[in-house]
Write a protein that binds this ligand. Structure first.
Ligand code: GDG
Length: 455
């Protein structure tokens, strides 16, 4: 098939992600970062939407949001097998070190290929030769190969938001060589951390045909590929404002105890919530003077509930919270306040600012934006302390946090104790170093350095 590409002189930015950002709701960091380039180049954001005619043979264009937005729909069964199936029951667990949670089924891979081929087909009539396409994340790995097959010859980049797997996990994928074949059709593949780049090199050299050309260039499956490390950030100034203006303090003042620790993450098995709860239990056992003095506010909105591993982690989390609360609670205090729904963004910013300790303790995480949001939200004169897992991508650049191993409950409990007792000058020193990093490498820096490299 040939692409009906409109020749055009000015290249636009075309962003493709699994989900199309909505035009009216408050913008996430990614939208804030890309809005300028999209507007300036008259660009387009393409993503899935379930509002629409599933049989539609073309993209649907939407109003609002300040830049071009177009959506595709997929047949319900194809979408489920592509999104819940291959993306979230094969790729997500393998890429997060949990190959044991994979469920491999031929119809998942088939739907994943079909979905990507269909997305490419719907995109082709709307593309111009000079466009730069920026594909977001693991749902769309084969998109470049499909676009090439259908005739698009312009620049295509991929950013992987999640970790690149280790060799053992990569080898557990249904057809490991496919992954490298898919990646080889991009001009630029961006990773969150150096560790991901090392894993990519390790896996591709064992499972595919690769040759290093220089620092940033490989020959992969007979094609040239550029790679780079681009740690994603947040809209740091925007979030600092949000936290300063949040009006949560009055309501929080009615609480009788002084120290709140906070955890915020989708209820995902990669986030280490049970490990965090067990560490809190160890803290209360080893430091009983903290009973009625400290608590953990855990915000854990539901996610991917149709996948069985997510039902299991919910059971485990709720069982553990109940057990720990039952064991330690008194008539006017409970150690864990657990909220299983999303709370509004501005409220979240105010809660981070109130919390003396931010607990970001995933077992595996591409970057982890909560760590950056917690830092941005603090009062610089009297900041809280960030406890950060060494398995979060964020740990590569946020070494002034208290870095912990989430598998070790005693180490984590001691870090919590240390954070709660930390003198103000040490808190300010650590916070300042972290804040500088969060401000310097915000999401605007991330998108412009990626796009400058894509060319
Ligand atoms: C993937 C990678 C990488 C959470 N609960 C609520 C809420 N959130 C917001 C947080 C934060 C975002 O969701 C979560 O971002 P993370 O980075 O922590 O994690 P993932 O969702 O797993 O994201 C990750 C990221 O992509 C970007 O590349 O860092 O490693 O896994 O912004 O604040 N927001 C609101 N209510 C909630 O209850 N409003």
């Amino acid at each position: 098939a040939t692409a009906a590409q409109t020749p055009g002189s000015a290249g636009r930015l075309v962003v493709v992600s699994n989900r199309l950002p909505s035009g009216d709701s408050p913008s996430g960091g990614l939208v804030v970062a890309l809005k300028d380039s999209l507007q300036r180049t008259g660009g387009l954001w393409i993503g899935h939407s379930d509002k629409g005619d599933t049989g539609a043979g073309s993209l649907s264009f939407h109003q609002g949001g300040g830049f071009g937005r177009a959506s595709f729909t997929l047949n319900g069964a194809v979408y489920d097998n592509y999104y819940l199936g291959f993306s979230n029951t094969v790729l997500w667990p393998a890429f997060h070190g949990r190959a044991d949670l994979m469920r491999i089924a031929p119809e998942y891979l088939q739907a994943y290929r079909r979905a990507n081929s269909r997305i490419a087909k719907l995109m082709i009539p709307h593309l111009r030769t000079a466009d730069r396409i920026w594909v977001q994340d693991y749902h769309l790995l084969p998109l470049a190969s499909e676009l090439r097959l259908q005739g698009f010859a312009g620049r295509i980049g991929l950013f992987l938001h999640i970790p690149f797997p280790s060799l053992a996990d990569c080898a557990a994928l249904p057809n490991p060589a496919d992954l490298f074949e898919w990646l080889s059709h991009y001009d630029l593949v961006g990773f969150q951390t150096r560790r991901d780049l090392v894993n990519f090199e390790d896996c591709s050299s064992r499972l595919s045909r690769v040759q290093r050309l220089d620092d940033q260039r490989f020959r992969l499956c007979e094609r040239k590929l550029r790679v780079g490390v681009f740690p994603i950030g947040i809209d740091s100034l925007g979030f600092m404002d949000e936290a300063r203006n949040a009006d949560i303090e009055d309501r929080m003042r009615s609480l009788t105890y002084s120290s709140m620790m906070i955890g915020v993450e989708r209820l995902d098995y990669s986030k280490g919530i049970p490990q965090k709860f067990r560490a809190l239990q160890t803290l209360l056992e080893n430091h009983p003077e903290l009973i009625e003095k400290v608590d953990l506010l855990q915000v854990a909105p539901p996610t991917r509930e149709d996948v069985s591993a997510y039902r299991d982690i919910r059971e485990e989390t709720e069982h553990l919270a109940g057990r720990i609360n039952g064991k330690f609670a008194t008539v006017n205090w409970t150690p864990i306040r657990y909220i299983h729904r999303a709370i509004p963004r501005n409220e979240l910013a105010g809660l981070y600012r109130q919390a003396r300790v931010g607990l970001v303790t995933p077992l595996a995480d591409g970057m982890n934006l909560v760590a950056k949001e917690y830092v941005a939200a603090q009062d610089v004169g009297n900041p809280g302390v960030l406890i950060l897992s060494r398995f979060a991508g964020a740990a590569e650049t946020m070494q002034s946090a208290l870095i912990v191993n989430p598998h070790d409950p005693v180490e984590m409990a001691e870090a919590m104790h240390r954070a709660l007792e930390m003198p103000a000058d040490e808190r300010r020193r650590r916070h300042l170093a972290l804040l500088q990093e969060v401000l310097e490498h915000d999401v605007g820096w991330w998108s412009s350095s990626y796009l400058a490299t894509l060319g």
